[in-house]
Design a protein around this ligand. Structure first.
Ligand code: 9UX
Length: 72
């Protein structure tokens, strides 16, 4: 099964930040797809909830030095 979560991502100021966050997300076990938008400070992540939780995803973003919260 897969779910799609939307996350706010704060602190991104350039396109390299976007690439960095997308790379971090895509490397997480259980993440199948990740798209991050600089203009809206939002990320959409498709993930397997049996492998990774929404909170794990928020924590991974924050560990990379950005702010994050769950949208839905
Ligand atoms: Mo751009 Mo982001 O020079 O952490 S990579 S600000």
């Amino acid at each position: 099964a897969t779910l799609v979560g939307q996350f706010t991502i704060g602190g991104m100021t350039c396109a390299a930040c976007v690439n960095s966050v997308e790379g971090i997300l895509r490397d997480l076990p259980g993440v199948k797809r990740a798209v991050v938008a600089l203009a809206t400070s939002l990320g959409e992540v498709e993930y397997d909830p049996n492998v990774i939780s929404k909170d794990d995803i928020v924590t991974a973003i924050e560990d990379a030095g950005f702010e994050s919260s769950l949208v839905q």
